[in-house]
Design a protein around this ligand. Sequence first.
Ligand code: ADP
Length: 745
Amino acid sequence: MQTDALRKLKEVYGYDSFRKGQSDIIEGVLHGTDTLAILPTGGGKSICYQLPAMLLPGTTIVVSPLISLMKDQVDTLNRLGVAAAYLNSSLDAAAYREVVRQTAEGAYKLLYVAPERLDSSMFDSLSSRMHIPLIAIDEAHCVSQWGHDFRPSYRQLAGWIGRLENRPPVAAFTATATPEVSEDIAAMLGLRKPNIFVTGFARTNLSLSVVTGTDKRKFLRDFITQRPDQSGIVYTATRKEAEEVCDDLSRLGVAVGKYHGGLNDDERADAQEKFRFDDYRVMVATNAFGMGIDKPNVRYVVHWQMPGDVESYYQEAGRAGRDGEESECVLLFEPQDVQVQRFLIDRSTGDPERKTIQLNKLYTMMHYSRSEKCLLQYIVKYFGESDVPECGKCSNCLDQSALIDTTEDARKALSCVGRLKGRFGISLASKVLKGSREKRILELGLDRLTTYGLMRSWPEKEISDLLYWLVAEGYLRISEGEYPTVSLTADALPVLEGKVAVQRRQSAAAKRRASSDGSAVAAANTPLFEALREWRRVTAAREHVPPFMLFFDAALREIADRQPVNTEQLMAVKGIGAAKASKYGLEVIAIVRQFKGEAAPDGGESLAAGEQAQSYAVVAERPAAAASAASAQVEPSVLAELEGLSSHMQSLSLLGMGHSISEIASIRGMGRVTIENHLLRCAQEGEELDMDAFIPQQYEAQIVDAIVQIGAEKLRPIKDALPEEVDYFAIKAVMVKHKLSPAAE
Ligand code: ADP
């Protein structure tokens, strides 16, 4: 049989060999076994039923939900000399009748049918007159409401198959099914002891990467400019973004087209055609673009935002490299993408069960974006295929940065989660570790836990990143549902007992840190700058003051740049006066010297930047007292020292000294709103300023939703959509924190 199939493959399609999985699937189908085949997009599913259809007597029925795909396939088959036709709503009555007549006469080897057509007495009577050797069901995940594209019409399939007098073997195909969905498909279609094939998900010609904390516009411009001869797709989440990104690239002189649901049919067809013929080198599109595109030489797919599930991501990313050539898939991930997707899910369905399913899919996608393991392996495992080696070329596999021992931090975090007894989510656990004074924490008495404030010196964002990382590593698990809680897994116990060490890639921590800051900073971060910041974090915690009280980021950046090795050079840095130089100068210079590989002034050993950061992290865990008391009185000498600084930095300094915003306004003789804008600007420039202090926590999600829904251009409509007590400053602070607006001043 196999030789027949191979001969037919060559004869009809002109291919010399089967792809991975194809021959096993075809053999099973030809043996009359029910089959569930899960092959990725482009994996070559069609041949798995078309070829048996040609070899078996009678007319194979192919159920497919996509009218355009049916037409394409039937046209292709006819060109290849295979008799095939379709029945769907695109045919007029006469054409429909003609196909029915010919079908009854056994004229076709394959008949494509839309699922809605099956549930009619007309179709039952047609089927009874046919010889059907095989039923192939394409896009079979549509039958499962656990899948990402449930279609009620698919639920009619089992009934129709059941009504057939001689039930033929059934072969179901899909590109996207987790083990859970596979089981559901088999049950919903009534498959009998099916052969299940999961194969070919590892598209080894794709290099996957996740990029976080970058200026996306700049990244994309550079990325595309550096690939002047290559064709690519940029996926955006919304039409508006598609328009904006397209405009931006077109200003850059790129031959770029756009494709989204807001364009009319002609415009879309035109764009698709131009892309196909390389008149457009780049297509910026929403997920409306894709069904049925088969352009083989797409060299890259960039996602402007994280999609809502791994299925969609891999399907879209998988449009790169269909010709088997090396291709790139880049996901630009920002933590706020999760909020946006949550919001979309909230709005899209009122059905709580469906919502839970979608939220869980979203969390899996989020874990991919944060994972530090082989990205290809992550995806392939998700689809249920095991034993695939690391790809060796995704952004995580290529991450050569050193592994650092994270056991102590992990133990603190795990022990805190353990004490919360699976009742709360990651955000609350992070707050407890941070030692937050938030009302909810105090009301719940969580400040009395022994693990309260154990990581006080860490930015809260980094704590939650660590917790998410522990989830990805399997030490913690997140429950399902709308309010996911975090708890320990069995793997956590050996770590807590000190029997197992935990290691983490050093770059991950730095990368995450960059992502929590302004993008301007992320671009400029060097290892020395990171080491200086680490030192500042630890020292500030020891002195119970916010980090920017010691040095501003701008000053640290300048130090990293100029690399001063004595006090005089240090004082040439803007914002460093005699007082700061005498207090911290030696320590800072020591770091610079160690970094440069010179002996430190105190004769200390020379450490690499990473080790430096690590050793500081270890001593960082001392609880800090509340910030120093506020007062509207300021010594003239203090004001004089601030003078060299830019105005917004002066406001930040005063905040760091413990003054409230109103006090700063009165000290500086400026309006409150001006001071607020100063602080927002500092945060945007990457100063370590915790926006949470300005955001009423109970409204944060609501504010994000309002911004996402209304757009960040105008504040007034956002303000109007929110409860009165939410002020403009809170809205702007949310924009800055979640980077929802490029310029939130
Ligand atoms: P899917 O439906 O799984 O997305 P298709 O059936 O459309 O994938 O196949 C994707 C592409 O791969 C098509 O261009 C097809 O002709 C080609 N293809 C399929 N099987 C083989 C094979 N054995 N050898 C070479 N090319 C193949």
